[in-house]
Ligand binder design. Sequence first.
Ligand SMILES: Nc1ncnc2c1ncn2[C@@H]1O[C@H](COP(=O)(O)OP(=O)(O)O)[C@@H](O)[C@H]1O
Ligand SMILES: [Mg+2]
Length: 168
Amino acid sequence: MSVINDAKAFQFELADELASIEFAGQLAEACEQGEAFADGLVVYLYGDLGAGKSFFSRAFIQHFMPGQKVKSPTYTLIESYNFSTNSIHHLDLYRLCDPEELEYLAVRDLFSENFIALVEWPQKGEPLLPAADLAIELIHQDQGRKVKMLAQSPKAEVLLESIKARLA
Ligand SMILES: Nc1ncnc2c1ncn2[C@@H]1O[C@H](COP(=O)(O)OP(=O)(O)O)[C@@H](O)[C@H]1O
Ligand SMILES: [Mg+2]
C-alpha cells in the first residue's frame, strides 16, 4: 500500500536502474546547490522490500564520494559518511524493535549540523525520529519503479522545485 498521498505528490517514472542513479544524482546536485547540508535535511525513504531504497541511497552517497563502498545498514541500522565538513547518515530502521533504540544511535546528535539523513523504514522510528523535510516513496511499476515525492518543509519545497525544473 502506498504511503504518500497521490493528490499531493510529485510523481514520475524511473524506467530502470540507470534512471534511479540519475535521479539520485539530480537530487544530490540540487542539495549541493541549495546548501542542504548547512541547513540539515531529513529524507524519509518509503517503499517495500526491494523497491530500491538502498540502491537510491548508494547512488546519492556516491555522487558526493565517487567509488565509496556503501553497504546496507540493515544490521548496523546506521552508516555515516563524512566528507569535507559534511555528513550523510544512511539509516535502515527495518530491524528497529522499539523507537526508544534511536536514543542509543544518538540520532538527535547526529542530525544536528551539516548533514543529510536518508532513512529507510522511517515508520519504525516514529514518533522519536526527527520529522522529514522530504518524503520519497519508491513503488514497483512494470520492470521499473514509480517515485513519489512530497516536500514537508520550506527547504524541501525549494529542492522539489529544483528537481521539477531539472526533469522538465
Ligand atoms: N528504477 C529501477 N528499475 C528497476 N530496478 C531497480 C530500479 N531501482 C532499483 N532497482 C533494483 O532494485 C533492487 C533492490 O533494491 P534495494 O535498494 O536493495 O531495495 P530496498 O532497499 O528498497 O529494499 C536493486 O538491486 C536494483 O537492482
Ligand atoms: Mg534497503
